[in-house]
Design a protein around this ligand. Structure first.
Ligand code: ADP
Ligand code: ZN
Ligand code: ZN
Length: 746
């Protein structure tokens, strides 16, 4: 057996691994992630980590040396994370350096905030005498007197208070310190993001699980007791009480002295969700999210490594929390697109969590009301253990859903964004003092400008995308930031009939104000949530019933639990269907089901109205019927017919270049070389990307499909090798990225 070893991770050439032989006696200990001591160069020894094992020597067998020792338990977590990085680099196509930066993101540590206190350090009587002596001197310093008297009165005061409130210069403090009147005490003050707003915690009493929850939990707990570590798919309808089940599972794992990682999509990472964990586990919980500073993040990771916390909640990157002994990883809303990284390495948190769980000896729990095709397929095949919760807690019925065909509305002469039935339902809720939510798909927000006479659409001169009209009256490109004045006539045909037609959230809000002048309306979208507390302010105002209607994009759909809402209106259900990638049906079904799940969570029954131009589309009809099975069946048939993931694997080779012709030639050349390397593999002709130009960079793609993921990894390695070794490729000025089983369109 041979081991690939990475030595000295502080160095830059991280991509080199060195192969060593595993001596018989060390065979058990030499696992991926184990730290090892190896001979290096002439007479030196270095410590390193095993990142992979294989049975074939990569160089002349004679030249391979033995691993000297495998020190026990040294830096176990670090080894685990390094092994994970090695797997990611290989699996998603990146350098080891990029992978390590993703997994061990905090190299340059920010100095932790020190909380300093000034404490009286001599007996009080003696200090009083000193004080009298001090003030009796004619030209004594007044700030020093202030400090001295404050210390005498309070025995101790915070450094910050002395400097900022008492305006004492540092030199004065140091002087009293030198005279041994006071001493400066330092305590590490971790920035705890949960507690930062000072809200008190309130340890909630445990909820009694219902029968379905109990069954899901016990299945897990029995396995866990028996030492079985599996991946579970907790498939529970919205409102079935998945969070309670997670909490119980975490309690189980914690009781064995282990730690828990909980991943939540950023959008659903609200104060409400957090409090449910916090009120059960208190300050054992920490959280990271994108609004934390680098220092706050590094503090939280450090606290995890040092065992001060045992539950980490956060988005994708929380997966790399350096817990010494991770016992469970939970991924809530596992179908969410945000679990796929957009940066190299483009890892998927679900797959990567599966790998980390194996390395750490942890269980993995995936939760969803609308599982991804990937997860459900594995559950049906028996790779994952399926835990089903088919009913809402306390048998609250699912909201009743109605589909409105907007084409019929148009025929009836209704050109507004609200159909007759939705307008009537809103009027009715306002009269009854009940709350409503209106969801506008983000992709419907683009207020693009087109000519009614010739159909010309105004596009960004640097990107192949349409410009959109903003409130400032100018035209913006969302991709590169280009801005220009709006036009009065069509640049193509000169017609004056040119303008913006698609309504965004702002437009809809204006319309609602006109139609329902007395209604209190809140709008939640990227513009209204820019500040640090933007989300929370809007959500809590709505939860406190300070508004009648909450209008918003995707961000209003996930996770929130408003008991006063009895109507959910979906303004343009099919906007996300038109996105040109194979997951658009799944995304639409997921969004609509989630949206529908928001209504009727209190005691009053809920109603959902879905406005669409494509009522016959199965993603829409299945969502309206809240029928996951029907959706899965259709979608699985479509994907397997088209050889799309998860029924096959897909590698998107992304090609970027500044010169259109040279890029096309490079793409063609690469395509031929790939064909030559593996002639049976299904490799598609190079095509323009959906956005064929972005910030003046041209974009093309080569798609490769195969049932065997490893075969895609092999062709990726072929490409990497060509680019590294074949100088002739330089002439194309082409940059190459890989995206395995991509989530969005490129
Ligand atoms: P899901 O995540 O599956 O949509 P939640 O975990 O948000 O569902 O639960 C929905 C609501 O039901 C929450 O307010 C939760 O506190 C409550 N709940 C969950 N389990 C129980 C239970 N066993 N008894 C009473 N209420 C429960
Ligand atoms: Zn025109
Ligand atoms: Zn642009």
């Amino acid at each position: 057996m041979y081991a690939d070893v990475i030595v000295d991770i502080s160095r830059n050439e991280l991509d080199r691994t060195f192969q060593y032989r595993v001596p018989e006696a060390l065979a058990d200990a030499a696992v991926p992630g184990a730290s090892v001591v190896v001979p290096f160069g002439k007479g030196r020894t270095l410590s390193g980590f095993i990142v992979g094992l294989s049975e074939t020597p990569k160089i002349d067998e004679e030249k391979i040396r033995d691993i000297l020792s495998v020190p026990k338990e040294k830096a176990r977590v670090e080894g685990e994370l390094i092994a994970l990085a090695a797997w990611m680099a290989e699996h998603y196509g990146s350098t080891m350096n990029q992978a390590l930066k993703t997994v061990l993101p905090i190299k340059k540590k920010e100095a932790p905030k020190q909380k300093k206190t000034l404490v009286l350090s001599m007996p009080l009587e003696q200090a009083r005498a000193e004080y009298t002596d001090f003030v009796s001197k004619k030209r004594h310093s007044v700030p020093k007197e202030r400090l001295f008297s404050a210390i005498l009165e309070n025995n101790a005061i915070p450094w910050d208070f002395a400097v900022q409130k008492l305006c004492v210069p540092t030199a004065a403090i140091r002087d009293l310190e030198k005279k041994c009147i006071i001493r400066v005490e330092t305590a590490r003050d971790y920035r705890n993001p949960v507690l930062s707003d000072g809200r008190a915690m309130n340890r909630a009493s445990a909820i009694i699980l219902n029968e379905e929850q109990e069954k899901a939990y016990t299945t897990f707990a029995n396995d866990y007791e028996a030492g079985l570590r599996k991946t579970y798919l907790l498939y529970g309808v919205t409102g079935s009480g998945k969070t309670e089940v997670y909490i119980r599972m975490i309690e189980k794992v914690l009781s064995q002295g282990k730690q828990a990682i909980v991943l939540i999509p950023e959008i659903a990472l609200t104060y409400q969700t957090l409090m449910r964990f916090y009120s059960r586990f208190g300050d054992k919980v920490s959280v990271i999210h994108s609004r934390l500073s680098a220092g706050e993040r590094s503090d939280q990771f450090e606290r995890a490594a040092e065992g001060e916390i045992s539950i980490m909640i956060g988005p994708r990157s929380a997966l790399f929390t350096p817990f010494p002994d991770t016992g469970i990883i939970i991924i809530d809303e596992e179908q969410d697109g945000a679990y796929k990284s957009e940066q190299v390495p483009r890892y998927h948190a679900r797959e990567t969590a599966e790998k980390r769980a194996v390395l750490a000896g942890a269980s993995l729990v995936l939760g969803s009301a609308t599982p991804s095709l990937e997860a459900m397929k594995k559950a049906r095949e028996g790779t994952y253990s399926l835990l089903t919760m088919a009913h809402r807690v306390s048998e609250r019925p699912l909201a009743e859903a109605m589909v409105v065909d907007m084409r019929q509305e148009l025929k009836k002469g209704n050109k507004s964004v609200l159909s007759g039935p939705l307008a009537a339902a809103l009027t009715d809720r306002l009269a009854r003092n009940e709350q409503s939510m209106l969801f506008l798909n983000r992709r419907g927000m683009m207020g693009f400008i087109s000519c009614r006479s010739c159909g010309h659409v105004l596009k960004c001169p640097h990107c192949d995308v349409s410009l959109s009209l903003h409130r400032d009256g100018r035209l913006h490109c969302h991709y590169c930031g280009y801005v220009q004045e709006n036009v009065k006539a069509c640049p193509e045909c000169g017609s004056k009939y040119i303008g913006s037609f698609k309504a965004g959230t702002e437009k809809v809000e204006e319309f609602l104000h006109e139609k329902y002048p007395s209604a209190r309306i809140l709008r939640m979208d990227a513009d209204t949530t820019k500040g640090k507390e933007g989300h929370e302010a809007i959500l809590s105002a709505f939860a406190n019933r300070e508004a009648d209607i909450l209008l918003g994009t995707q961000m209003i759909v996930k996770g929130h639990d408003f008991s006063g809402v009895t109507l959910m209106g979906i303004l343009a259900a099919d906007m996300s269907l038109n996105a040109s990638d194979f997951r658009s049906g799944e995304r639409t079904f997921d969004l609509l089901t989630q949206a529908a799940g928001r209504a009727g969570r209190g005691t009053a029954p809920g109603q959902v109205i879905i406005q669409t131009y494509q009522p016959e589309n199965y993603a829409i009809s299945a969502a309206a019927a809240q029928d996951y099975e029907a959706f899965y069946k259709e979608e699985a048939a479509f994907r397997s017919l088209m050889k799309y993931p998860p029924f096959s694997h897909m590698l998107q080779v992304q090609l970027l270049g500044a010169d259109k012709k040279r890029l096309a030639a490079g793409a063609e050349d690469l395509y031929r070389r790939m064909k030559a390397a593996d002639s049976d593999l299904l490799i598609m002709q190079p095509v323009d990307a959906r956005i064929a130009r972005l910030s003046d960079v041209y974009r093309m793609a080569i798609y490769v499909k195969d049932d065997d993921y490893e075969r895609l990894v092999a062709i990726k390695d072929v490409i990497t090798k060509i680019l590294q070794t074949d100088r002739s490729f330089g002439v194309y000025g082409m940059t190459v990225f890989f995206d395995f089983d991509p989530m969005g369109s490129f």
